[in-house]
Ligand binder design. Structure first.
Ligand SMILES: Cc1ncc(COP(=O)(O)O)c(C=O)c1O
Length: 385
């Protein structure tokens, strides 16, 4: 497998437990595993945090500035377009409550969405008076043709909210085509990208999306609590933040003088951040993002694509397996979901072999990443095929 980096050396350095053969982690669609350098960074930071006198000025907001800069580099944005959050759901709520939609307007979603990209839209629709509508799937597939048709022809449609990659089937939608169609009609486009970024590369400067939400706990192999949202530059100052903290206003930059209460928002996406952030989680994330940038996001994309291809072609040897994931590489990312005739027993066998995976919507879900090897895939295949 040509990947652009030495996966065995990487594994020995960053995932020694996997190099030792303790377990094989194929479950990044649930929770990613944290590389050694990020574990070390987290431990060192938490040690300092426990003894506050050891902390220096650069251990506070500079760590968060560094996070925004790394994220911006990773997704082709500028740091001003990044709001740090604590979950993907936060970014989705931001879109649902801040985008200018109201009574008479329709926001289109799809069936098959993760609940985290449904409940905020339902709640915001109730609160703000717009209609949130989910387009039915065709079989297991997002009906992109109907969504595109509605965007082009239904004047009530003012927003579209979709996941880039489906958590249960691994289907990847064409966010470029949908975003372009939205842009042509002045329709807002909000994307939940947590299941895409990492196994896939993303260039926000090129994709016509308005708000894109991410969590770093899965495919960005970072601590829970590290998450972020991209808000397109031209949109930032048009949006009223739906929740207010005390750090999103320039008037509080000087902690020596906090009692003026000038509520003017910052002009960058930090206006959407709410209060103190879990700096230690971003310290861990920063170390992982540095690793990703060192390895090269497109090398990682190629590596994951090769593992997924190997998995899918291996599974194809058994005609009685029901593959949920599209076979077309352009329509999938890092998730392979397969329904076997005995899901519970197969899952148990994988678990007994310490192959970490998930069962979702009746299928075994395998989600390999940049540190996995062809041998990991073959071991899983040996138990399934
Ligand atoms: C598509 C999608 N969105 C969001 C999430 C998680 O959201 P949060 O980071 O708010 O927990 C998941 C997790 O399974 C997911 O698959």
């Amino acid at each position: 497998m040509t990947t652009g980096y030495d996966v065995q050396a990487l594994r020995a350095r960053e995932y020694p437990w996997e190099a030792r053969g303790d377990a094989i982690h194929l479950d990044h669609a649930s929770i990613g595993v944290i590389p050694q350098r990020s574990r070390d960074a987290l431990a060192a930071y938490n040690d300092k945090r426990a003894e506050m006198h050891a902390m220096r000025a650069e251990d506070f907001f500079a760590r968060l500035d560094h996070a925004r800069a790394l994220i911006a580099q990773l997704i082709g944005a500028s740091a001003e377009e990044i709001a740090l959050t604590t979950s993907t759901s936060w970014g989705i709520n931001l879109a649902a409550y801040a985008l200018p939609v109201g009574p008479g307007d329709v926001v289109l979603g799809s069936d098959g969405e993760f609940p985290g990209n449904v409940f905020p839209w339902m709640a915001a629709a109730k609160a703000r008076g717009f209609t949130y509508e989910r387009v039915p799937l065709i079989g297991r597939t997002v009906d992109q043709a109907t969504i595109l048709h509605r965007i082009a022809t239904d004047p009530r449609v003012k927003g579209v909210a979709l996941s880039w990659v489906a958590f249960w089937s691994g289907e990847r939608i064409d966010i470029d085509a949908i975003g372009t169609a939205c842009r042509a009609r002045g329709i807002w486009f909000a994307v939940d990208a947590i299941q895409g970024l990492g196994p896939l590369t993303l260039d926000c400067a090129r994709i016509p999306a308005d708000i894109v939400s991410f969590g770093a706990q899965k495919w960005l192999c970072s601590p829970w609590g590290a998450a972020f949202a991209y808000v397109r530059r031209g949109l930032i100052t048009q949006l009223e933040p739906p929740a207010a903290g005390w750090l999103a206003q320039p008037s509080t930059a000087d902690f020596g003088h906090l009692l003026d209460y000038d509520p003017t928002w910052r002009a960058d996406a930090q206006r959407f951040e709410v209060g103190s952030l879990p700096i230690q989680d971003f310290v861990g994330m920063n170390a992982t993002l540095e690793l990703f940038l060192e390895l090269g996001p497109s090398n990682i994309e190629r590596h994951v694509a090769a593992l997924v291809e190997r998995l899918i072609s291996g599974l194809s040897a058994r005609p009685d397996l029901d593959l949920y994931t599209p076979r077309d590489p352009a329509r999938r990312a890092g998730i392979v979901a397969v329904r076997t005739p005995g899901v519970a027993a197969d899952s148990q066998r994988l678990r007994a072999a310490n192959i970490v995976h998930a069962v979702r919507e009746g299928a075994i879900r395998l989600a390999p990443h940049f540190h996995n090897t062809a041998d990991d895939i073959d071991r899983a295949l040996a138990l399934l095929v």
